[in-house]
Structure formats: C-alpha cells, structure tokens
Write a protein that binds this ligand. Structure first.
Ligand code: ZN
Length: 486
C-alpha cells in the first residue's frame, strides 16, 4: 500500500467514526428529546374538549353508588390545565337546586385557586417558568334523595384527579351531604331529623360493622375516633325510604386508598332514633321564648286536641307522662315525640314520693322510663315529681333535669278555658317562663287553642323545657338540677 493509499484509508476511517458519532448524537436527541417534548406538551388522556368530555363521562359513571339513579345533566369546562365536569341528577326543588349551585361554585373556585397555586409552587421549585403545568380535573356528581318522611337529601360526590405518568389518577375524593325539609326547602340539622340518642346508636352499630366488614389492615389508623358518638361524627348522611346512608370521609374509617365510604343503616338498625317526620322548627335565641308543659297524660282525646293545635302552628310543648298510662295511649305519646315535643317523667302512678321508700320512689321513675322507651325508643329526658314534691336523693336518682314551673294555671281546679288563658296573660313577661297545665282536660285543650295563637301574636316562640334552659341559662340542662323558669 502506498503512502497515499494509507492516508486515504485513515481519512475514511476518521470520516466513518465521525458519521457514527453524529448518528449516536442524533439518536440521543431523539431518545431524550421526544419524551421531553411530549411531557412538555400533552397527556395521553385528553387533549381537547371532546376528549375531556368522553373521559369525564366514563369516570362519572363510576360514582353512581353515592347518588340516586335517574335523569342527569352534565356540564363540562375543559380549560387545560384545570378542567371541571359536573353531572347533576334531577332536582325539582328550586331552593335545593340553588343551594347546590352555590356549593358547586365555591368548590370550583377553591379547586381552581388551589391547583393554580400548587403549579406555581412546583414551577418555582424546579426553577422553570416554562414548566408545563400538570393537568388537573375536578369531577363531581350530585343527586337528591327523596324520602317519604318529608326529607330531601342533597349529596355531592367529588373526585379530584391529577396527571401522573401521562395518565389521570385520583388525588382525593370527598362527599358533601345536606338535608332539607321537603315542604319548605329549608335546611335541616341532624337534631331535627334524629333524636338525641342517634349518635350513640350509630357508634354502637359501626363499632361492630367495620371490624366485621374489613380486615384490620384496611381500617384507618384512628378509625374509632370517626365512629364515636362525638358531635363531629354522623353529620354527613342522606335519608332514604329504607333508612339512612352515612358518609365517611377519605382516610378516616378506612385507609385513604378506599376513598369516601358510604354505609347504609336501616330504619330498624337506627332503633327508633330516626324521627317519623323532621322537626322543622328552629329556636331563635334572640326571640322571647316560653315552655308550655302538660302533666298527668297521656291524656286521650284532650291531648290529641292539644297536639293538633301545636301541630297546626308548628309549635312544641313538653309532656310529663304517668308511666301507667303510657301503653294505653301510646298513639299520643308517639305523636308528641315525633312532633319534637319533649317527653318527661311524672312518676308511674302519681304518688307523693316523699312518703315512699327511696327504692320504691326510684322504681316509679325507672318503670316510667321503660314504658316510654317502649313506645318512642327514647327514655324521658326530664322529670317532674307528682305534686312537685321531691327530695335531693330522688332528683339525683332521676338522672335527668328536674322541672318545676313559674306560671301555675290551676287548670285542674277551674276546668275553665277562659280562666286558664287569663292565668297565662296575667304575667307581664313570659319570656323564660314554664307554664303548668294538664293534658287530660277538654278545658285545657280549649285553653291551649287560645294560648298558642295569642303567644305567637305577642312574639313568643314555644320551646321545649330543655331548649328553654339551654338558651336562658347558657348551659346544657344538668341532671339532678331543679329548674323553675327564668
Ligand atoms: Zn301531676
């Protein structure tokens, strides 16, 4: 090989090496660059409004367990990187629909703000102003349950999604539930739907339900806190004809990966704590209030007439029952209770308790408690001794607040509606008063028909004795404590 030939050969080799290097370089750009470019400009899930709608529809279908079946309308807002879709189940009540829309607007605004801030923070951390924000989507399904007992329950289920490895994954889920009185569309609080005892019944039920239905490793770390009878629990629920569905937030009773948990309790599971009809009355602490009280019942026809009158005006009273009469007139007892009237204990058969041995006196109370509970599912929550005669020991043994009065109508003596009405009108201010009557006389029923509209006209609201104590003393009523008006 000549020198010239060797030089040419070297040059060829050098050129080939250069070509290979260039090829490798190009290949490197392709390998690294394409995914970089893709991740900078798109996800695989949806890239326009049409694709987002299709995707949202498929996802929303999965949330059916939280809302009732039926017609629905879906609204989409594809606005990369923060998109939104909501499927509203039919709602024929305007005030509930407008309440729902208000909640949705707030959720949407806070979601948008939160995600915008999150992305800004991410860009700052990576020191890249041009960093493509991740796609975010809030998908919502709403529906209204309609129960025969006069309650509408609005449920809003929400899933937040975020882009991860070009897929959309669920980041968080939440449920919101609101209850309304069907006739008026007014919002109801749990105490208007359930009796006081409901959280205890739920706590008992779910303390057995969760360990039975899930493995220990599936339960949230402090799951017991979220099923206790605390006032923080059992506030999210929907009422149906079968019973009540309770919602537990993500990461509470079960590990976060299970999302929101919905569990139904039947009416019988709830053990009489679900009211037949909700109480739609709400106490206004700033308005004068008075507690009507009726002893010696349940009082047959006279009491039915009193209840008719209270119901007509949407007012309540407190009934102190004699245990031995309860099973014979359970209709009035149940009705008073379901109307949101307070039920009190007035002994078994009206003895002078001071003449009984303590053990016998206590039995007068416990037997009456049992008789009432048999009918309403709840023991009487206040006590009024027969003849107003009692002792510290009996008061303590009653286990509930002891209620006297400050306005005695002497209705048992006069048996005259006008005289009873006059006795009530005599006191200059009745704000904070406890008025004593008896639900066994027709004359008292007639008097009630005069007193209730008159009190309303004078600006009074009628409350239970426990409500009166709570608002006038500023404290919950205390067991064993004697109250006689404010
Ligand atoms: Zn009495």
């Amino acid at each position: 090989m000549s020198r010239e030939q060797r030089r040419m050969e070297r040059l060829r080799k050098k050129r080939r090496r250069r070509t290979i290097l260039a090829l490798i370089f190009i290949l490197l750009i392709v390998i690294v660059g394409i995914p970089f470019a893709v991740s900078h400009f798109s996800t695989d899930v949806y890239q326009d409004a049409d694709e987002f709608e299709k995707y949202a529809d498929a996802e929303l279908d999965k949330y059916g367990q939280f809302v009732p079946d039926g017609d629905a309308e879906t609204e989409y807002a594809y606005d990369s990187p923060i998109s939104y879709a909501v499927e509203n189940g039919s709602c024929d009540d305007e005030s509930i629909a407008s309440y729902r829309d208000g909640v949705l607007t707030k959720l949407r605004e806070s979601f948008s703000q939160e995600k915008t801030a999150e992305e800004a923070e991410r860009a700052e951390k990576q020191n890249d102003d041009d960093l493509r924000p991740l796609e975010h989507a809030m998908l919502i399904r709403t529906g209204v349950f309609s129960a025969e007992r006069g309650i509408r329950s609005l449920v809003i289920y929400r899933a937040d999604q975020v882009e991860k490895d070009k897929e959309m994954v669920q980041e968080a889920s939440a449920v919101y539930a609101y209850n309304f009185y069907a006739d008026t569309g007014r919002q109801l609080l749990p105490q208007q739907i359930f009796t006081e005892r409901y959280r205890e019944v739920c706590a008992q039920y779910f303390s057995e339900y969760f360990p039975k239905s899930y493995k220990e490793e599936e339960l949230g770390e402090s799951w017991k806190d979220f099923i206790s009878a605390s006032e923080n629990n059992y506030n999210k629920f929907a009422v149906t004809d079968k019973g009540v569905t309770f919602y537990f937030d993500e990461g509470t009773v079960l590990k976060s990966s299970y999302g929101v948990v919905a569990v139904g309790m039947t009416v019988s599971d709830l053990g009489g704590t679900l009211r037949e009809k909700p109480i739609y009355r709400i106490v206004d602490p700033d308005k004068p209030m008075v507690a009507l009280t009726y002893d010696d019942g349940p009082g047959g026809k006279a009491e039915t007439r009193i209840l008719d009158c209270l119901e007509k005006y949407g007012e309540v009273a407190t009934f102190f029952y004699l245990g031995n009469r309860v099973s014979g007139d359970s209709e009035n007892v149940k009705r008073a209770f379901d109307m949101g009237c307070q039920i009190g204990n007035h002994t078994w058969n009206h003895p002078n308790l001071s003449k009984l041995k303590e053990k016998e006196a206590v039995k007068q109370l416990t037997d009456t408690n049992a008789a009432v509970k048999e009918v309403t599912g709840d023991e009487p929550s206040v006590f009024r001794p027969s003849y107003g005669i009692t002792s510290d020991a009996i008061n303590k043994a009653s286990g509930v607040p002891v209620i006297m009065w400050d306005v005695d109508t002497l209705d048992w003596k006069s048996r005259d509606a006008k005289k009873v009405f006059k006795a009530v009108k005599k006191k200059s201010s009745l704000d904070g008063s406890i008025i004593l009557m008896h639900s066994i006389y027709d004359s008292t029923a007639e008097a009630t028909e005069l007193i209730v509209p008159w009190l309303r006209e004078k600006g009074y609201q009628m409350v239970t004795v426990s409500e009166l104590i709570k608002y006038k003393s500023g404290h919950e009523p205390q067991a064993g404590h004697v109250y006689s008006g404010f």
